[in-house]
Design a protein around this ligand. Structure first.
Ligand SMILES: NC(=O)c1ccc[n+]([C@@H]2O[C@H](COP(=O)([O-])OP(=O)(O)OC[C@H]3O[C@@H](n4cnc5c(N)ncnc54)[C@H](O)[C@@H]3O)[C@@H](O)[C@H]2O)c1
Length: 425
């Protein structure tokens, strides 16, 4: 394929050299003449393991050219990657100046050349910035570009290895013809390739980096806590990492409702108490209860905003498939809705059973007798609710929701495809 890449930074140079070494013809464009010179002389403009060799190999094969002339590059190529920097503004917002300038240059060149091009944003941006790119391209060169995204997951230091063996290739593309072109580019990469709507693909990149930051901060706080008690934090965390069922896994990573139950809140409180006794500041771990509380508050607000009175709640125990009600966030939401005057009914077959027989009967009678009285024996008893809160995703829930014409607040995230919130875009 004939490819242009705008931006000879870490992402751009690695992509350019690796794609050229795979046999593509690559035109790399930068505004920095020194970088152009270095690449054309067969060297690397950045310090990165093995990159100078890759650039030299690509140059020797005559498949990599660097230029400051975007028109020259676009004339030669079918698809154009944009990998310019997207730094932070002082307020944390993305500064899109370089990216929008690059889009403007691409559009102007395409008008002059009277041709169209697939434009793939490789830079990390949020959906609002992608929309600005689209607006710039369409304003200057209407109908001449097909815009999509292809977030990059490489790490500096191991960039070539990461580029050639990514965990997956992610395309944010809506048009099938463009998808086909990009699929053919990545066909021999040997990693899975996934296609999402562009907005989702962009957020996968951000979720990944935020999660990496979260992991580092979490490990450091556990390490600090261990150290203050004379315990080897490295040993603790290396054993922690061996659990790839619950710890290093997809468990607990789906957006849904708040945590609760008989263990998580209790053990979190114990760790926070230990930190306090040791005069340790652990801001991340300390923030977990506040974060959890926000989830409950948001759910209550969602129900109250609907302006209804008759509410059905599916699920009361702290998670599905148990009758354990200790520190259940569903009990919490039920209490708050009752406090706000809602006429509440609750469906939870496990709790219903426990009320009659189980070991939890005493807890139910003693601690939540008022909620226990609201339990109904079947989902059909919630049919005349003005709003139904889906807390637990029992198998019969989907069919039930099909039969009722009621507002649904889905705490499981599994009954409605979530729409992007304004604060994210
Ligand atoms: N560095 C990484 O490890 C990494 C990994 C994944 C994603 N990303 C993302 O990729 C993007 C690029 O990051 P980077 O670290 O490679 O940036 P960088 O700062 O190293 O390089 C950007 C290059 O773009 C050039 N440039 C700026 N405006 C231009 C224009 N109008 N025309 C041509 N060239 C132009 C600059 O001269 C510079 O050489 C960012 O959005 C970043 O968040 C970076």
């Amino acid at each position: 394929m004939n490819i242009s890449i705008i931006g000879l930074g870490y992402v751009g140079t690695v992509s350019a050299a690796c794609l050229a070494c795979k046999g593509h013809l690559v035109w790399a464009v930068d505004i920095n003449s020194e970088k152009i010179r270095i690449v054309n002389e067969g060297g690397s403009p950045i310090v990165e393991n093995g990159l100078a060799d890759k650039v030299a190999e690509a140059r020797r094969a005559g498949r990599l050219h660097a230029t400051g002339d975007i028109e020259q590059a676009l004339q030669e190529t079918e698809i154009c990657f944009v990998a310019v920097a997207t730094p932070s503004r002082p307020n944390g917002q993305i500064d899109p100046t370089h990216l929008l300038r690059a889009c403007e240059q691409i559009a102007r060149a395409l008008v002059k050349l009277d041709r169209s091009q697939v434009v793939i944003i490789r830079s990390s941006v949020l959906p609002s910035v992608l929309k600005c790119c689209e607006d710039v391209l369409n304003a200057i060169a209407p109908g001449k570009t097909k815009l999509c995204v292809n977030p990059e997951f490489l790490r500096e230091g191991t960039a070539i290895r990461d580029f050639e063996n990514p965990p997956f290739t992610l395309l944010g593309v809506e048009e099938p013809t463009v998808e086909l072109v990009l699929r053919s580019l990545y066909i021999d990469f040997g990693s899975p390739l996934y296609v999402l709507p562009p907005q989702e693909a962009l957020l996968v990149k951000y979720a990944s980096n935020v999660y990496h930051a979260l992991k580092v901060a979490f490990a450091n706080e556990i390490g600090t806590l261990c150290e203050s008690s004379g315990i080897n934090g490295q040993a603790v965390m290396s054993m922690f990492c061996r659990d790839n069922r619950l710890n290093i896994s997809a468990r607990y990573l789906m957006p849904g409702f708040a945590f609760g139950g008989s263990c998580l809140p209790k053990d979190l409180r114990a760790i926070l108490q230990l930190a306090k006794q040791s005069d340790l500041d652990l801001p991340l771990i300390n923030a977990l209860f506040a974060s959890n509380e926000k989830v409950i508050e948001r759910a209550v607000r969602q129900v109250m905003d609907a302006g209804v009175r008759r509410v059905g709640l599916i699920g009361l125990s702290f998670k599905p498939n148990t009758d354990d009600l200790r520190e259940s966030p569903y009990v919490e939401i039920a209490e708050r809705l009752l406090g706000k005057g809602c006429d509440l009914r609750v469906y939870d077959p496990n709790v219903l059973l426990a009320r009659l027989t189980g070991a939890n009967k005493d807890y139910i009678d003693r601690v939540i007798p008022h909620l226990s009285r609201l339990l109904v024996p079947s989902l059909a008893d919630l049919a005349d609710s003005e709003l139904v809160i889906v807390g637990h995703n029992y198998t019969e829930v989907a069919a039930f929701l099909e039969t009722v014409d009621t507002t649904v607040v889905d705490l499981t995230g599994q009954h409605a495809r979530p729409t992007l919130k304004a604060e994210l875009v």
